[in-house]
Design a protein around this ligand. Structure first.
Ligand SMILES: N[C@@H](CCC(=O)N[C@@H](CS)C(=O)NCC(=O)O)C(=O)O
Length: 215
């Protein structure tokens, strides 16, 4: 098994976080030839990162599908809560984190440097506000997003919220995360998990190395 991933990729970060939290010995590397290259598309199906290559060479792209596969294949330690209601809540929060926070920030990144950035920033802000509001209303009062243990929803949310905080000045709301006090308190707690520390460090180093400026 092998994971193709890029440190700068917001969709790759949740999968690496899950791998680190589970203590899995899965080699992780950049896509050969880069995303969308002919060589990488041949092995990965979509040409996008992340993509998990199974032992028989089968490509498993799509970050949320990979998270669920890792959970089924390596159930210990679990990254899903117990009980159908808690599992549904976790799935719902993960869905909002994916669609309202991650997709919106990646769409915005694609417009940086173009004359469409202002429109993209306004659209991203609307998604961020909706996502943060929904998640704040659903989240647990303490611990991780649905309780005392890290879940796949946390694996998505932790890097997604760092991305939102980073682009908040670009969308005209520097205090966007702080304006959602329950979310801000969650960030402070959740970022301390050792797997989160590792992934956020990788993301920050990759942003610094890219020379990318949000100013
Ligand atoms: N829905 C996919 C999205 C994957 C995605 O958009 N990956 C980006 C990096 S964050 C990528 O590979 N971009 C390369 C490109 O668009 O050329 C997932 O959840 O894995």
């Amino acid at each position: 098994m092998k994971l193709y991933s890029e440190d700068l990729s917001p969709f790759s970060a949740p999968v690496r976080l899950a791998i680190y939290a589970k203590g899995l010995d899965i080699p992780i590397g950049p896509p050969p030839g880069g995303p969308r290259s002919e060589a990488y598309t041949k092995v990965s199906l979509t040409g996008l990162v992340p993509c998990l290559i199974l032992d028989d060479g089968t490509p498993l792209p799509e970050s949320m599908v990979i998270l669920d596969y890792l959970e089924d294949r390596f159930p210990t330690p679990p990254l899903k809560p117990a009980g159908p209601e808690a599992r549904a809540r976790e799935a719902l929060i993960r869905r909002f984190a994916e669609t309202e926070l991650l997709v919106a920030q990646v769409e915005l990144f694609h417009k940086f440097g173009s004359d469409e950035v202002a429109a993209a920033a306004a659209l991203a802000l609307a998604h961020f506000e909706r996502g943060l509001g929904l998640i704040q209303g659903l989240m647990a009062d303490d611990g991780f997003i649905v309780g005392p243990a890290l879940t796949t929803a946390d694996c998505v949310l932790i890097p997604a919220l760092m991305g939102v905080a980073m682009v908040a000045p670009v969308v005209g709301r520097p205090a966007l995360v702080a304006d959602h006090p329950k979310v801000a308190a969650y960030v402070a707690r959740a970022q301390q998990h050792p797997a989160a520390v590792r992934v956020l460090g990788e993301l920050q180093a990759a942003v610094a190395a890219s020379g990318f400026s949000l100013g």
